[in-house]
Design a protein around this ligand. Sequence first.
Ligand code: GDP
Length: 298
Amino acid sequence: RSGWMQRLRGGLRKTGGSIAAVFSDARIDDALYDELEDALLMADTGIKATQHLLDDLRRRVKERRSTEPTAVKALLADAIADLLKPLEKPLVIGQHTPTVIMVAGVNGAGKTTSIGKLTKHLADAKATVLLAAADTFRAAAREQLGVWADRNLVEIIGQQGGDPAAVSFDAVTAGKARGKDVVLVDTAGRLPTQLHLMQELQKIKRVVQKADNSAPHEVLLVIDGNTGQNALAQVRAFDDALGLTGLIVTKLDGTAKGGVLAAIAQERPIPVYFIGVGEKLEDLETFNAREFAQALLG
Ligand code: GDP
């Protein structure tokens, strides 16, 4: 479990965003806060969340009259954990049969991989899953999802070149008829230029609702944890268009900076159901604010 935390720390050190290094100074003074500001910004925390964390830290330090760097570092861990806490929420299934989960994300974010991981996670929890391959524009997407489906022994609906909304409708209808626990709808991350992605995704959402009044029960966005403020912009855009209920943040192993989660918590506190910490099927973790804060601080 701690392997990805090591890698996240390693990534932070590599990108120069090491927050821990700031606390090697013996004195708690304005220079330290300046260094901390730089380190937080380098770690992709963004201006607003960085400001919030620094203000919060100064308040905590004053309250506790802390003067030891290790004590101040612990207070920063508390401040980060408190900021991230609202993101810590589990994905709940079983309240509807099927629970319809629509998954969006720009190409390359790790959407297909995450759907594979999520399928395994659900299958391990004894849930039956039907996959809807509604990314009908990308030949490789259907193929890749097929590989995941085979590996997880789950059924898949939709073929390349089909209409994404029709595939989604069919999948939800089939999921209901066959009593599946979950229908996972994979959507396109990019479209032929004449089509507008958000409009197409909104159409899928409407059509899914036609197939089942209460669906979709979850609208997830997959974002690449390495893309910093760009990931935050994606969260804003997809949330405005679709009303997101959860996030999967991928690639938090490797060279990820991780601070983007603080920026998301500050601006759009949408639950992070899972984090991706590797390319393998089991490299999916539930998000824990305290653990993550600790990993960020190294
Ligand atoms: P999609 O275009 O959004 O469907 O993205 P893919 O699922 O095809 O993933 C793009 C690349 O990112 C692939 O090489 C994946 O193996 C890789 N990837 C996805 N998730 C993770 C992760 O959590 N960690 C790492 N290291 N790589 C990942």
